[in-house]
Ligand binder design. Structure first.
Ligand SMILES: Cc1cc2nc3c(=O)[nH]c(=O)nc-3n(C[C@H](O)[C@H](O)[C@H](O)COP(=O)(O)OP(=O)(O)OC[C@H]3O[C@@H](n4cnc5c(N)ncnc54)[C@H](O)[C@@H]3O)c2cc1C
Length: 262
């Protein structure tokens, strides 16, 4: 058992999802991610029935029972009728390294609010990878684990560089420099926090792009946990998405497709 990175109060429990085993906090409904990060689902509204109602408004109709409603969701997913999937919302609280947040913020269909380094002094919290990766031999966008000569020393070099930047940051602030200027010396490994509000249509686009093996390993760790929350809150839509909507390349998703009761 590990302590929850978010609420610090709760102890995480092992949760199995497809082929993954993750640290989950039942107290604040969050997963620990990377070394100090987390993703929590803090609000959700709507759901599968809202998708069905939005679709049937065209005919002035509502729900027709589980079997027919599920069928309708499958039909809409197969035929790319996206708008009925826009009437629910997920609000996530995320703590991630800045380089992950930068990739995340490229997803324009959704809303973000982030902690401000102008108003808050950053704590010494940085992402330190346990393993380094080398460029993928065939795929320019990807990287792979490999035996790297002197890896331990290289990770130490990475840590020393961060430590030195953080010391400079503290020194600048202690000398009276404004936080908004001092922060410019901090590296991309620094953890930031943000809220992300997103509808299921945009969430599925995010999953397609960020669970896929082309995406950087670190953001994939968050994206895969988002799939768990998605299934938990919208199981029919999740099922339709896994079967007809996911178009990325991912063993994790292939595994879910096989192992989950769709
Ligand atoms: C593996 C990978 C590598 C990447 N590499 C780079 C890179 O090297 N450089 C880089 O700059 N970015 C890169 N990106 C980011 C990528 O280009 C997208 O900005 C990001 O994935 C967000 O995708 P999106 O636009 O579909 O999402 P959103 O911004 O959430 O948009 C969702 C959908 O809304 C529609 N939409 C949104 N805005 C518009 C618009 N202005 N006009 C028309 N339709 C719109 C589109 O259909 C879009 O798919 C990369 C992404 C991935 C996954």
């Amino acid at each position: 058992m590990t302590i929850c990175n978010r609420c610090k109060k709760g102890f995480t429990i092992d949760i199995t999802f497809g082929e993954r085993r993750w640290d989950f906090c039942g107290n604040c409904y969050s997963f620990n991610v990377l070394d100090s990060g987390f993703i929590a689902l803090i609000e959700f509204g709507g759901g599968d029935e809202m998708v069905v109602k939005a679709a049937r408004i065209s005919y002035g109709k509502e729900l027709k029972g589980k079997e027919q409603d599920k069928k309708l969701i499958n039909y809409m997913m197969r035929h790319n009728h996206g708008t009925p999937f826009e009437h629910s919302f997920f609000i996530f609280h995320v703590k991630a390294p800045i380089f992950v947040a930068r990739q995340w913020f490229r997803h324009r269909i959704g809303s973000f609010n982030e902690i401000s380094g102008r108003y808050v002094e950053y704590p010494e919290e940085f992402y330190i990878p346990q393993k380094l990766r080398v460029p993928h031999p065939q795929n320019k966008q990807a990287s792979v684990e490999a035996e790297i000569e002197g890896e331990k020393e290289l990770i130490q070099l990475y840590e020393n560089s961060i430590k030195s930047s953080y010391e400079s940051y503290k020194k600048l602030i202690q000398s009276g420099v404004a936080r908004e200027i001092a922060r410019a010396v901090l590296p991309l490994a620094l953890y930031t926090q943000f809220y992300w509000t997103v509808n299921p249509r945009s969430l599925m686009n995010f999953i397609n792009l960020r669970v896929s093996e082309d995406a950087q390993w670190e953001i994939r760790q968050y994206a895969e946990r988002i799939v768990f929350f998605f299934k938990d809150k919208m199981p029919w839509t999740f099922s339709a998405f896994v079967q007809y909507g996911f178009n990325g390349k991912s063993d994790f998703m292939e595994n879910l497709k096989k192992s989950e009761d769709l």
